[in-house]
Design a protein around this ligand. Structure first.
Ligand code: NCD
Length: 312
């Protein structure tokens, strides 16, 4: 019998997971995606997901809730701090402690870097980091890697462009850390003021081929297998005037597709603003809605594995 390395485990950083563990999750996701509704509903029976969102969320929250419900469990949570005792001044640590009493697994989104690790140290039950400031969003990277693997049939050997706000976008840090398990060529494209934080990828250069650009050269665009687009993170700018200078810098549209590989996958963690033109939504290159759908499946598999020791 295989050991379930996910059982009772926190998901704070994607760096805590090996390539084998990630691939085990992808295979398990494929497996349960083919289960009947009845088979699936046995996986999380009686389990409660407790979520605490200090920042807005659409996909992450809804896909976690849809995921736990699809495996037979239920969810409770704070979706708006204003409607909870946080508004009265209750601390993060007390809020986590209380949620820990009522649930089997916790999901936390918070504007501060380090918040996921902090909560995991307080909680007796496993904590899943659903976004900690501009630091990390590990389950987003799990679903992003799974999407690449499903769309391309492999991750090794690909050339991946990551474009947009590489300074504040937490999804791209988790993605780059996750990709460091593979042999990939990464091209980073951002305005110079929004380039990747060097200290956060310290040591990664040894594992990854990374090149940076402020504009994407056409001879590179035509070689990309995946273009991962991100939103400029207005809420994280210390000075809104700096945001005004860079907003709307890049747009992926039909002209971009015309210069790209015919099978290029356009990905985005969403929400998008104007970085991807709606006019390409109906092309097969537009991968972002399939990516969002994969989020529910990956999270269902993850929740099932975290809450059941003897699943595999
Ligand atoms: C992202 C986030 O919250 O970091 N959203 C998501 O979870 N899919 C991306 C973003 O807000 O730009």
């Amino acid at each position: 019998m295989t050991t379930n390395h996910y059982y009772d485990r926190d998901v704070v950083s994607i760096r805590d997971f090996t390539r084998d563990e990630l691939e085990f999750l992808f295979n398990f996701t494929d497996k349960i995606s083919n289960f009947s509704r009845t088979e699936r509903s046995e996986l999380g029976k009686g389990r409660t997901l407790g979520s605490i969102y200090y920042e807005p969320s659409t996909r992450t929250r809804m896909s976690f809730e849809a995921a736990i419900s699809s495996i037979g469990g239920s969810s409770i949570g704070i979706t708006d701090p204003k409607s909870s005792s946080i508004e009265k001044g209750e601390s993060l640590s007390d809020t986590v402690r209380i949620m820990d009493l009522y649930s089997d697994v916790l999901v936390l989104r918070h504007p501060l870097d380090g918040s996921g690790r902090f909560a995991s140290e307080l909680s007796t039950n496993p904590v899943i980091n659903a976004g900690s400031g501009s630091e990390e969003h590990p389950t987003q990277a799990m679903l992003d890697l799974y999407t690449i693997y499903k769309e391309k049939g492999k991750i090794d050997g690909l050339r991946i462009g990551i474009i947009g706000d590489l300074k504040y976008g937490r999804t791209i840090y988790s993605l780059v850390y996750g990709l460091a398990n593979y042999n990939v060529d990464i091209r980073l494209i951002s305005p110079p003021t929004l380039s990747i934080r060097k200290e956060s990828i310290y040591g990664m250069e040894r594992k990854l081929k990374i090149h940076e650009y402020s504009e994407l050269p056409e001879d590179i665009l035509s070689t990309l297998d995946v273009i991962y687009v991100t939103r400029i993170q207005r809420e994280r700018f210390p000075d809104i005037q700096e945001y005004e200078k860079v907003k709307g810098t890049y747009t992926i549209d039909q002209t971009t597709l015309d210069k790209s590989k015919t099978d290029v996958s356009i990905m985005h963690p969403l929400p998008r603003l104007d970085e991807i033109s709606h006019s390409i939504d109906s092309t097969n290159n537009a991968t972002y809605f399939r990516q969002a759908a994969n989020g529910k499946e990956i999270r269902a598999a993850l929740l099932a594995l975290i809450t059941n020791e003897d699943l595999v």
